[in-house]
Design a protein around this ligand. Sequence first.
Ligand SMILES: [Zn+2]
Length: 273
Amino acid sequence: MPELPEVESIRLTLAKNTLGKKILDAEVFWPPAAVSLPGMEFGELVKDRTIDFINRRGKYLLINLSGDITLIVHFRMTGRLIYYLGKQPVDKHTHVVLHLDEGELHYSDIRKFGRMQLVPTKKASEISFLAKLGPEPLDEAFAFDKLGQQLAGKKCTIKAALLDQRVIAGLGNIYADEALFRAGIYPGRKTDSLKVSEIILLCNSIQDVLNEGIKAKGTSFRDYRDAEGNKGMFQEKLMVYGRAGQECKGCGGILAKEKIAGRTTVYCPNCQK
Ligand SMILES: [Zn+2]
């Protein structure tokens, strides 16, 4: 599932290729993937609009079109948005194609959980799933005291808190496990047991791991590709995620696996307390 660094990599590569381009028309092959405004057809609504700028909020991509319409993309498990300069054949997983004045934008999704949704730009921040999102961990204003406020009074495990998009936006299983390893915190710790010194370490670890993930253009285990169709490279830098039973790169001990917050969680029993 694309997390913050993957969606940010999609944003950057998409902006590089499509900013200022005009949508000539849209083909929708699987209508549930393309959500329009009530009573309006998706293709009609995007037609003749220009891609003005592209933002990201948590794991959501927000493509601002001319005329105050925003296309929100939620990739979920296997959604992909890829730009092709030339004509590209569709396959059975292609759900939407936007024909631009130069090139094509293909939205595909094997598992079909992802969505593209059109909303009025002025109301985008009020859309329920965006309004509920917690702070952006890479915002300049985000620091340990903000993270501390967000975690205050939480009795769940710290892993569950980090996965909760209302607490902090953009983390999923990969970067939550990596950040907790770097901070030396056992993912099953109760959130309200964390000391201030640990919250400071955790905040720094979250920001470092996300920035490094963006720099490596994301993590590609199975499906993830950026908007140019390229894989990320952060999977080569992972310390714990996907490495259960292997040696800890920190202490040489064996990494453990446990179900925490309903998700497979990998950690080092020596390095994480
Ligand atoms: Zn270790």
